[in-house]
Design a protein. Structure first.
Length: 529
């Protein structure tokens, strides 16, 4: 727990995701409107509101900071790990549950997404809760009260997953259940799902917000359900295309350093490949959930690494089951980790030579020391796994703590190159001159963490991006062309404008009264002379 939550606010918020998901809750608190999410004062309906609410509560309780912005993500990630511990313990035994917890909390993708402010950890944790509670419920069908209690908890998880990121929170677990029941020929499953009560629980969680936000915003339903679900999955509208095999290397890296154990759990499960009709099989259900999730996103037209995060804890459960029977398999994971650490060490040596204008060489030179130390810590964990074969339980415990520390070093060290990905320094420069309350224009760009650090929204000029829908709904808040900006700029006695370096060169030719107050790797801020 200490390693997981340590230095949560050390890194500045990275754009665009962390800036976006900190700013929306900030505006909720500032406006008092907890129904209609807004980003830079524009309606923003790409995702549901649950995480915005939880982060806003965090701001109200503890103030606004890097740490409180990430607090919900880190907390739900840690709770997910604890649930995985219980799930593995209940299904496969005490040692298997402990291994599942430790593998989850030291897997690269899980550690990263537990400390980067996005919605993926929240929806993943609740999906794991949903499919895991179902597995626990169905494992004791002879106890009706047990089944009802755990199935309703599972439905609660699915409802919270939907309220975290949309219908995907129901589609993935639901698809896995259908495929599993057909393959296992487990028809009794459907009699024990408590469908009516479960759907009532799900609707009680999701329907109020979806209904109210739709009543207040007529554009919500079409944009959220059509554009953000069907068009995102079936078209290239979001320009996040990748080949079908995209998630193979992502998964291999994401479950590192447990690649060997994870691969064995998926490729050589203990159940029979032939269809069965022998009651409930928890391992088969969890395996189907992993494979269905990977295949589902592989067919999608929009791909991002974090989409497959829900499979990481489930793979850890399956791997924990195998390791509980044969801890000697950890040696292979240790050897893989030593190779991985060596590669990361080589990257640390050469990373300053790949610097570019947006990421200056001097920043990368500072970051490489974090990479180097992280590689050393990871190699120590690998060495422990290779050498401590007599007591694999203790070896795995020590190694997992080292792996978590190593990955945290990479995350903490990212602060060295934060000026290339965050607007915190620019906000500090503006506030140091006492100009944070003046009108601020952002020209042809939108630095998404700047409003959060300034505590106010900014005026966008010829910049739309993901705010197209919100700008269509309220076009008066947006400046559409260079001439309108020049007129608004000259009418101000005091103002700030934000440019990309190339855009600034273009606007300099217009001979607008401008004085540079900040010059960073990505942005230039000027004041009205």
């Amino acid at each position: 727990m200490l390693l997981w939550f340590a230095m949560l606010g050390y890194r500045d918020l990275i754009e665009p995701d962390e800036g976006r998901y900190a700013e929306i809750p900030r505006e909720m608190v500032a406006s008092g409107d907890w129904v209609t999410p807004r980003l830079n004062d524009f309606k923003y309906f790409e995702k549901p509101a649950l995480q915005y609410w939880m982060t806003a509560f965090s701001f109200q309780l503890f103030g606004q900071s890097n740490a409180t912005a990430r607090l919900w993500t880190a907390t739900i990630g840690f709770l997910c790990g604890l649930f995985v511990w219980y799930l593995g313990r209940y299904l496969f035994g005490e040692i298997a549950g402990y291994y599942a917890f430790m593998l989850t909390m030291s897997s690269l993708l899980f550690v990263a997404m537990g400390h980067i402010l996005t919605l993926d950890m929240s929806v993943s944790a609740f999906m794991v809760m949903g499919i895991g509670a179902l597995a626990i419920a169905q494992s004791r069908r002879d106890r009706p009260r047990h089944v009802r209690k755990w199935m309703l908890l599972g439905w609660t998880g699915l409802g919270l997953a939907v309220l975290s990121k949309g219908l995907i929170g129901l589609v993935l677990p639901g698809g896995a259940v259908v495929i599993y029941s057909l393959w296992q020929r487990d028809w009794q499953l459907w009699r024990h799902l408590h469908l009516f009560k479960g759907l009532m629980v799900l609707l009680a969680i999701t329907a109020p917000w979806f209904t109210i936000v739709s009543m207040r915003n007529r554009e919500f339903a079409e944009f959220f359900f059509i554009h953000e679900h069907f068009q995102r999955y079936t078209t290239t509208v979001h320009h996040r295309t990748a080949p079908f095999y995209y998630y193979v290397p992502i998964l291999m890296l994401g479950i590192s350093p447990w690649l060997i154990s994870g691969a064995k759990a998926l490729l050589r499960p203990s159940f029979s490949w032939k269809p069965q009709n022998q009651g409930f099989n928890a391992e088969r259900l969890l395996w189907v959930f992993v494979i269905f999730t990977l295949v589902f996103f592989s067919f999608g037209k929009s791909k991002l690494p974090a989409y497959i995060l829900p499979v990481v804890p489930i793979i850890a459960v399956l791997a924990g089951k195998r390791l509980a029977k044969d801890g000697q398999q950890l040696v292979a994971d240790g050897r893989f980790t030593l190779v991985l650490a060596g590669v990361l060490g080589i990257i640390a040596i050469f990373i300053p030579y790949v610097g570019k204008k947006a990421i200056p060489v001097e920043l990368l030179a500072h970051y490489r020391w974090w990479l180097a130390v992280g590689a050393v810590v990871l190699s120590m964990g690998g060495w422990v796994l290779v050498k401590n074969t007599a007591k694999p339980f203790y070896g795995l415990t020590i190694a997992c703590l080292l792996f978590l520390l190593g990955y945290q070093l990479y995350l903490w060290g990212f602060q060295e190159i934060a000026p290339s990905y965050s607007s915190r320094e620019m906000a500090d420069a503006i506030k140091s001159m006492g100009l944070e309350k003046t009108p601020i224009f952002s020209v042809h760009t939108y630095p998404q963490s700047l409003p959060f650090y300034l505590g106010k929204t900014i005026r966008l000029v010829q910049a739309k991006g993901e705010l197209k829908m919100g700008i269509r709904a309220e076009p008066e808040k947006w400046i559409s062309n260079k001439e309108a900006f020049a007129k608004a700029w000259r009418n101000q006695q005091q103002a700030i404008a934000i440019f990309r370096p190339k855009t600034f060169e273009i606007y300099k030719e217009a001979e607008l009264p401008m004085n540079i107050i900040y010059y960073g790797p990505r942005y230039i801020a000027v004041s009205r002379k």
